[in-house]
Design a protein. Structure first.
Ligand code: NAD
Ligand code: IPM
Ligand code: MG
Length: 356
């Protein structure tokens, strides 16, 4: 079994070091290969997703990914920007189903930006479609406006689109996820304004006929954003498109105390997957050994569970994370008075030590 390790940029390598440390402490030999990606690969090889990196990712049984991006690359032409690496991996590997679980550990109730009574016990699963939508729709670009009141002036444009098979397959994934949980699914769209999302709603409703044991409701994305901060526990499984899922999962992350707590799994049709924190490369705190490595470590646990069928090892890691939180250890993003502030490295070490 081979694992591709892609640390990336910013805090990526710092948090990846902690996850690798935890993996090596499990007492099992994992074959790994570490390759550059994002800005790091651009700096080294002139491309954010070099052929050699893509090859390693394709041939691996699972991919553990850190984060990519650095503001210093924001002026590069788009195809060379670090973010193209993660978008390219998702597209090339067909990783259309993105699971972003937002779980509030009881010890972090005070770190959430919402009142404890609103968030305590929170455990929701956002299923984000990951290879379609406005992210990948063509045509896109810059041009002279062809019509309208601003005809002739410069404009930027993108294409929002979803085909029926794309909606069907993510709907199946989401209904099946709901069947394994509380049998409730909320599909989030913007059917009141966008054709793409009226179609989304129609197709999800049709797929629902095959999952009559699941209670489906539909919600507009603006309302969903509001409900997420009003009464997040009303949700269980949420399914949505690529862009809405990107935005809602960052909002959900904050409910758990910090975006540094939210892991993710991006799966293809055969459960091959890429595992990464939901956050980015956090250039504002990179190099300071203060980033929270738990989302990366929990992504490792998801990898062991979903792609490598190593449930026991995944359980051990998740239990160790709970244990360090119980011990009161906190990186700065989840720190509260009365707890102990630790660095990225110290948090990684503590998880290793807590492995039963
Ligand atoms: N999948 C990815 O690789 C990915 C995801 C999101 C953003 N990005 C990229 O990351 C770069 C920075 O983007 P951004 O600032 O909008 O988002 P970000 O998620 O990197 O950071 C947002 C805020 O959260 C904080 N934060 C993020 N992760 C943290 C952690 N583990 N511990 C403590 N604090 C943490 C950061 O310090 C920052 O204040 C951009 O280049 C962006 O494109 C990459
Ligand atoms: C970096 C960017 C391309 C990415 C996305 O928008 O999907 C990120 O925000 C994420 O949530 O994984
Ligand atoms: Mg995002």
């Amino acid at each position: 079994m081979k694992i591709a390790i892609l640390p990336g940029d910013g805090i990526g390598p710092e948090i990846m070091n902690q996850a690798v440390k935890v993996m090596n402490a499990l007492g099992e030999k994992f074959e790994t290969e570490t390759v550059p990606v994002g800005g790091a690969a651009y700096a080294e090889q002139g491309h954010p997703l070099p052929e050699s990196t893509l090859k390693v990712a394709k041939e691996a049984d699972a991919i553990l990914f850190g984060a990519v991006g650095d503001f210093k690359y924001d002026t590069l032409e788009r195809s060379l920007r670090p973010e193209q690496a993660i978008l390219g991996l998702r597209k090339h590997l067909g990783l259309f189903a993105n699971f972003r679980p937002a779980i509030l550990y009881p010890e972090l109730a005070g770190a959430s930006s919402l009142k404890p009574e609103i968030v305590s016990g929170l455990d929701i699963m956002i299923v984000r479609e990951l290879t379609g939508d406005i992210y990948f729709g063509q045509p896109r670009g810059m041009r002279e406006a062809p019509d309208g009141p601003f005809k002739g002036s410069r404009e930027g444009f993108d294409t929002m689109r979803y085909s029926e098979p794309e909606i069907r397959r993510i709907a199946h994934v989401a209904f099946q996820a709901a069947q394994k949980r509380s049998k409730r699914l909320t599909s989030v769209d913007k059917a009141n304004v966008l054709e793409t999302f009226q179609f989304w709603r129609d197709v999800v409703t049709d797929v629902h006929k095959e999952y009559k044991d699941v209670k489906l409701d539909h919600m507009y994305v603006d309302n969903a954003a509001m409900q997420l901060v009003r009464a997040p526990k009303e949700f269980d499984v949420v399914v949505t498109g690529n862009m809405f899922g990107d935005i809602l999962s960052d909002a959900a992350a904050m409910l758990t105390g910090s975006i540094g707590m939210l892991p993710s799994a991006s799966l293809d049709a055969n459960n091959k997957g890429l595992y990464e924190p939901s956050h980015g490369s956090a250039p504002d705190i990179a190099g300071k050994d203060i980033a929270n490595p738990l989302a990366q470590i929990l992504s490792l646990a998801m990898m062991l569970r979903y792609s490598l069928a190593k449930t026991e090892q995944a359980d051990r890691i998740e239990a160790a994370v709970k244990s360090v939180l119980k011990q009161g250890l906190r990186t700065v993003d989840i720190y509260e008075a009365g707890t102990t502030k630790v660095s990225t490295t110290q948090m990684g070490d503590a998880v290793v030590k807590a492995l039963a």
